[in-house]
Design a protein around this ligand. Structure first.
Ligand code: CUA
Length: 335
């Protein structure tokens, strides 16, 4: 199993495409993530200040009021009632601090949620499934999976508005360097936007426990210049490649139960339960970004998905070697 691990994924760098593999909220590369990181730093600074003040007072008190040798051990220390001024101060100051934090947070949440879209906005719909992501581009008529292509550009000029839905249970969409988490709830539409400043690949994951393979419901955002995005979209819009070399393999694929769950545009495969395979080969990864999309991994995955992603909804169909090779060689034509 070692060949399928995330370590292998980390070596699958696409030439010329910078990969932002650090899932670090303190290295934001989009406006929502930037505002949220600022709040996190402010909260950290205030609480660090409180820590320093309290710790200093404790240390000072311990040192200053140690029992001195001249004191009589049996005698009680002087009993004092306290101080109204001090009690009022340590009640009022924390209340003020809490209100400041609430106020600043509410303002940032509102400014992120109410931001109006810039002229150049791409509409995307992401639907969470156990345990993969369906990705649609309503204005383009494109359906794909697991790798979310977006437009990137300098501050404030381009943006991506994402409608979030769920096909089964609650999931959560999280690309730490681009924006905070937003849940995908059954029978509800949630919205999130992000404006990646730099083209590149941003990684993320499902952030709401959604069952056995929650940890392997990984996300990959491919942020592109508007020109590169249009080029990608133009290819995605086309029906599947019909390679004359693969006629037998295609017939084999279409005769198997794969077609009940998977769609390949332009063929009789019209399933909707699993990821759309029309342009599978344009994706860098398989199994919701668990493994690199290469022929060896694809064959292993099709042969027995349960070995790699136990509990996932694709069973092992116990294909014969011939069938397996045909399915894989057909899938490899889907560029
Ligand atoms: Cu989907 Cu956790």
């Amino acid at each position: 199993m070692a060949l399928h691990t995330v370590a292998a994924l980390l070596q699958a760098q696409v030439p010329g495409v910078p990969e932002h593999r650090i899932t670090d909220i303190f290295k934001p590369l989009a406006s929502p993530a930037q505002s949220e990181a600022n709040i996190a730093w402010l909260t950290f600074a205030i609480t660090a200040g409180i820590f320093v003040v309290v710790a200093t007072l404790i240390v000072y008190t311990i040192v200053k009021f140690r029992r001195k040798p001249e004191y009589d051990v049996l005698q009680e220390p002087p009993q004092v009632y306290g101080s109204n001024q001090i009690e009022a101060a340590w009640t009022v100051i924390p209340i003020l601090i809490v209100f400041v934090l609430i106020g600043v947070t509410a303002r940032v949440v509102a400014s992120v949620e109410n931001a109006s879209p810039p002229k150049s906005t791409l509409k995307i719909r992401v639907i969470g499934h156990q345990w993969w992501w369906e990705v649609q581009y309503p204005d383009y008529g494109i359906t794909t999976a697991n790798e979310v292509h977006m437009i990137a550009g300098p501050d404030g000029q381009v943006s991506n508005y994402i409608q979030l839905q769920s096909a089964d249970v609650a999931h959560s969409f999280w690309i730490p360097q681009l924006a905070g988490k937003t849940d995908l709830i059954p029978n509800r539409d949630n919205y999130i936007w992000m404006d990646p400043r730099e083209p590149g690949v941003y990684v993320g994951n499902c952030a709401e426990y959604c069952g056995t393979q929650h940890a392997n419901m990984l996300l990959r955002v491919v942020a592109q210049t508007p020109h590169d995005f249009e080029e990608w979209a133009a290819n995605e819009k086309k029906p599947a490649v019909d390679d004359p070399q693969a006629t037998a393999a295609k017939a084999a694929f279409l005769s198997l139960s794969c077609v009940n769950c998977h769609n390949v545009s332009g063929t009789s495969a019209r399933g909707k339960f699993g990821p759309d395979l029309t342009h599978l080969m344009t994706r860098q990864t398989l199994a919701s970004n668990m493994i690199v999309n290469n022929p060896e991994n694809l064959k292993h995955w099709v042969n027995d998905p349960q070995e790699m992603k136990q509990g996932c909804l694709m069973p092992s169909f116990k294909l014969t070697d011939t069938e397996l090779n045909q399915v894989v060689s057909y899938l490899e034509t889907l560029k």
